[in-house]
Structure formats: structure tokens, C-alpha cells
Design a protein around this ligand. Structure first.
Ligand code: NAD
Ligand code: LMR
Length: 344
């Protein structure tokens, strides 16, 4: 097995790799897509997964057959909608990762994906609530600020909602922020740790650059800082533009999605303590501003969300960035909630 570095396979996890893993099934919905394929490839390397269950509306048998030849111990199974495939794919899953749905093209916002992806995510969430109601659900499909509330509302209707087990995957924002700071400051990515809070689109992505540790100093204001913030907030657009109509970030997203999944496995199956990842969850942090879901660093534990960290001390500029994110988040979240509750 090749190593993806400490962020993906930490020493504590490698300790499990010599023995057969416990029975831990991870399902990927949208597994044949641009994210789904490399994400499944990366997850095949996790010693904490015993069954990798790949579901898509097309092409999954080929993807599963291909990945199944990799000589790690997990069993790989592939499903399409035929023969009750979704139910079988989900049954007994510990984690379900959802990158199903359409990606952006140049000129589109993530919210422009809502009309197509909201229905896809709602229907997959219904299936999850029916076939694996206790699973941890990791939502990658955009617009994340709306698709996470969609999953929550579906689970609430089924009487199965546990806010500790629903996560919007915002890991790519911190992965990008770390890389951009490391390039700008000429430091290692290991040192360039950036906390990013808020949501996952444009102005709702709020990097807290005043909190970057390890002696890396970033001015509160000025052209360089403004450009850095803009690049972190609109990093997705950079990829959409470069791919020129052929989709959005897939490879860096697969890396980020695998990192988050592996962190959750370390906390839940590996019983490792002190595992912290940023994620968009039902959160008290901005509840007094009418924002029910918000991304911050979250300590993960045996049941999923263990401790939602606060914002820490903010600069005046960061306070303003958060103020700008609030109305957009309120709108995105309300749209997701209304979609489910208006579709009875
Ligand atoms: P893609 O089109 O390459 O793949 C999507 C896959 O979903 C396809 O294989 C398609 O067949 C499948 N699919 C469609 N409907 C389905 C259904 N009902 N059930 C199961 N599978 C279904 O797109 P992609 O590049 O992989 O992106 C997927 C989503 O992830 C997009 O919405 C994109 O915006 C989002 N995304 C999110 C982040 C993030 O940081 N959270 C990052 C990148 C992309
Ligand atoms: C990203 O941040 O790369 C994703 O949300 C995909 C996109 O549409 O930009």
C-alpha cells in the first residue's frame, strides 16, 4: 500500500493494518463519477474499511471490478439501481459518502446546481434513512449549504435524524487554504494550517488567517491578504475555469473526501481521541444569528460529532467576513429545508 502521508494514514491508524479490519462497510453514492472513482480508489487503501460498497446509476460494475483487484483486504462490491441495488449497497453501512450529482460549468454558481442536485440528494437520503438509518452521512454534492439541510429534513421526517451523524464535507476548503498559504509564505503545508469556517460557497467560506499558527504571519488587511482570501473563497472557480466545461474539482476533492472519511473512521472505529476536522454540521455557533448549520473545526468521537469548537478570537476583518456570510447561509439553508418540506 502506498502512503498518502500523515494526513491520510496516521501512525495510530497504520497500527490496525496488519490485522483483518473489523466489519466496517463504507458506501459511496455516485461512485462512478469524477470524484467517486478516485475517492473509492483512496478509500480502498484504508485498513479501517472491510467492505467498500460502490453505487451509481451507471458504470459501477466496471469501477468496482477494477478497484477490487487492488491487494488490500477490503471487499469491493458494485451496484446500480437494478435488482434493488441501492438498498443492498446501503444495508449495514457505517458511513455513506455522497458525491452524486452534477458539477458546475464556467459561469455557474453552486446554487445553480440546486435544481438538479436537490432531488438527487433527497432521494438518496430517503434510501439512507430507510436502509441504514444509523450511518454517518457525508455530503459532498453541491450546493453543500443546502444539500446538508435537505438530508437533515429527510431524516427528521423518518424519525431518524441524529445531528452527530450528518456532515457537509468542507475539507477541500482547508486543504486549499493550507496549500495557498504555503505557496505564498514559502512554508511547508504541514505548518500552514488554516481554520476555515462558515459554509461551502463564495463569501460563506471564511478563512481565519489571524489564527494561522507556527509563526506564519498574515497581515490583517492589504492587497496580498485580500487576494489570498478571495482565492480561498473562490478556489473552486479556478478549477472550473481551467477544466473549461469538463467539470469541477475531482482529484483534490477525492483527496479531501478520503481524508475526512478516514478521520471519521479513526474516531469511530479506531476509537482514536483528539481527531479534529472542519465540517458543516448542525451547530450552535451561529444559532443566535439564525444560522442552523455552520462549519467550524469539530472534534470527532465514537458517535460522530463530539465537540463543536467555537470561532476563537477573530480580527475585525474576520468579523466582517462572517457578517457577510450570514445572510447567504440563511438563504441557502432555508432553501434546502423548504425543498423537502414543500415536496410532500
Ligand atoms: P460527475 O458528474 O463526474 O459525477 C457525478 C456522478 O453522480 C455520476 O457518475 C452520476 O452518474 C452520479 N449520479 C447522478 N445521479 C445519481 C443518483 N441518483 N444516484 C447515484 N449516483 C448518481 O460529478 P463530480 O465532479 O464527481 O461532482 C459531484 C458533485 O460533487 C457535484 O455536485 C460537485 O459540485 C460536488 N463537489 C463538491 C465539492 C465539495 O467540496 N463539497 C468539491 C467538488 C465537487
Ligand atoms: C469546489 O470547491 O471545488 C467544489 O465545490 C466544486 C465547485 O463547484 O467549485
Amino acid at each position: 500500500m502506498f502512503s498518502l502521508g500523515r494526513a491520510f494514514v496516521p501512525a495510530a491508524t497504520r497500527a490496525f493494518s496488519t490485522s483483518a479490519p473489523r466489519s466496517t462497510k463504507v458506501a459511496v453514492l455516485g461512485a462512478a463519477g469524477g470524484i467517486g472513482q478516485p475517492l473509492s480508489l483512496l478509500l480502498k487503501q484504508s485498513p479501517l474499511i472491510s467492505q467498500l460498497s460502490l453505487y451509481d446509476i451507471v458504470n459501477t460494475p466496471g469501477v468496482a471490478a477494477d478497484i477490487a483487484h487492488i491487494n488490500t483486504d477490503s471487499k469491493v462490491t458494485g451496484y446500480t439501481p437494478e435488482n434493488n441495488g441501492l438498498a443492498t449497497a446501503l444495508k449495514d453501512s457505517h458511513i455513506v459518502v455522497i458525491p452524486a450529482g452534477v458539477p458546475r460549468k464556467p459561469g455557474m454558481t453552486r446554487d445553480d446546481l440546486f435544481n438538479t442536485n436537490a432531488g438527487i440528494v433527497r432521494d438518496l437520503a430517503i434510501a439512507c434513512a430507510e436502509h441504514c438509518p444509523k450511518a454517518h452521512i457525508l455530503v459532498i454534492s453541491n450546493p453543500v449549504n443546502s444539500t446538508v439541510p435537505i438530508v437533515a429534513e429527510v431524516f427528521k421526517k423518518k424519525g431518524a435524524f441524529d445531528p452527530r451523524r450528518l456532515f457537509g464535507v468542507t475539507t477541500l476548503d482547508v486543504v486549499r487554504a493550507s496549500r495557498f498559504v504555503s505557496e505564498l509564505k514559502g512554508v511547508s503545508c504541514e505548518d500552514a494550517k488554516v481554520t476555515v469556517v462558515g459554509g461551502h460557497s463564495g463569501v460563506t467560506i471564511v478563512p481565519l488567517l489571524s489564527q494561522v499558527p507556527n509563526g506564519i504571519t498574515i497581515a490583517e488587511t492589504g492587497a496580498e491578504t485580500e487576494a489570498l482570501i478571495k482565492r480561498i473563497q473562490f478556489g473552486g472557480d479556478e478549477v472550473v475555469k481551467a477544466k473549461d466545461g469538463k467539470g469541477s474539482a475531482t482529484l483534490s476533492m477525492a483527496f479531501a473526501g478520503a481524508r475526512f472519511t478516514q478521520s471519521l473512521l479513526r474516531a469511530t472505529v479506531g476509537k482514536e481521541t483528539g481527531v479534529v476536522e472542519p465540517t458543516f454540521v448542525q451547530s450552535p455557533v451561529m444559532a443566535d444569528k439564525g444560522v442552523e448549520y455552520f462549519a467550524t473545526n469539530v472534534e470527532l468521537g465514537p458517535d460522530g460529532v463530539k465537540n463543536i469548537q467555537g470561532l476563537g478570537s477573530l480580527s475585525a476583518s474576520e468579523e466582517k467576513l462572517i457578517e457577510a456570510a450570514v445572510p447567504e447561509l440563511q438563504k441557502n439553508i432555508a432553501k434546502g429545508v423548504a425543498f423537502v418540506n414543500g415536496s410532500d
